[in-house]
Write a protein of this length. Structure first.
Length: 263
């Protein structure tokens, strides 16, 4: 099975944003999709769009931090439709409190649990089935914040950096088994989450454009998919600067983040 034409695809956070766009990108006749998220109504909307493209679609309203419930859903789907492509996309963001006070522990904990623990909980149940079949692709949604942490979103940056490191290690572990692992580090993509970020959003792209780019690079076997290239280049240059100088530059960027939402 080529990475270009998976027939059984799972997407978490499939009700909105990049998750919904990726579901649409892979929806086609002969493809069976499982869309997972907390918002059943949103999932139903994405499912209808994917069915209109010819795909068979199942949905499951499950929170990715419910590891036991999530594993049951994933393994039941895999038993009937051996998964070729798993996209662990569900995520949340947080932000500072009023008056630029540090984000609460509860907010930080939620981001780490959903973003990092949720990604691990999503991938883990299907790792051994994929290894047994000798094929499959696991895609983990990180962020450019993993490459350049942002002071105002410390927990979010940490959770996304954790995904990047775990994904790189998992790719090494699975390299001999025929199972691929890719980590995606997007910049600003138009979505509910992006709308909460009220600072500048250089090179922002639509969710559908981002999904098309991700699919192209997955087809080519890229293990790290970071975009847009302009932001990636700027981050690489910035990492060469003394930390104090980089901190000064980043500190000049105004950032305001509204109340968090589930993605």
């Amino acid at each position: 099975m080529s990475q270009a034409s998976p027939q059984s695809v799972v997407v978490t956070g499939g009700g909105r944003g990049i998750g919904a766009a990726l579901a649409r990108a892979y929806a086609a006749p002969g493809v069976t999709l499982l869309l997972i998220g907390r918002d059943a109504e949103r999932l139903a909307g994405t499912a209808e769009e994917c069915r209109a493209r010819g795909a068979a679609v199942e949905t499951a309203a499950v929170d990715v931090i419910d590891a036991e419930g999530l594993a049951k859903v994933l393994l039941a789907f895999d038993a009937g439709h051996p998964v070729d492509l798993l996209i662990a996309n569900a995520g949340v963001s947080g932000g500072l409190q009023d008056g630029r006070r540090m984000e609460t522990f509860q907010s930080a904990q939620r981001q780490i649990r959903v973003n990092l623990e949720g990604a691990v909980a999503t991938a883990t149940p299907l790792i051994e089935p994929m290894r047994a079949r000798g094929r499959g692709q696991i895609v983990l949604m990180s962020s450019l914040a993993a490459l350049q942490p942002i002071g105002d979103t410390a927990a979010y940056s940490a959770s996304k950096a954790g995904i990047l490191v775990w994904g790189e290690a998992l790719a090494d572990f699975l390299a001999a088994d025929g199972v691929g692992v890719s980590v995606v580090c997007p910049g600003f993509v138009t979505s509910d989450m992006s709308a909460r970020y009220l600072g500048p959003k250089p090179f922002e792209m639509s969710a559908d454009d981002a999904a098309a780019l991700i699919r192209r690079r997955l087809t080519r076997g890229h293990e790290l998919i970071a975009f847009p290239w302009q932001m990636v280049a700027a981050i690489r240059v910035g990492r060469l600067l003394p930390r104090r100088l980089l901190r000064f530059i980043l500190g000049r960027v105004p950032v305001t983040i509204a109340a968090d939402k589930y993605g």
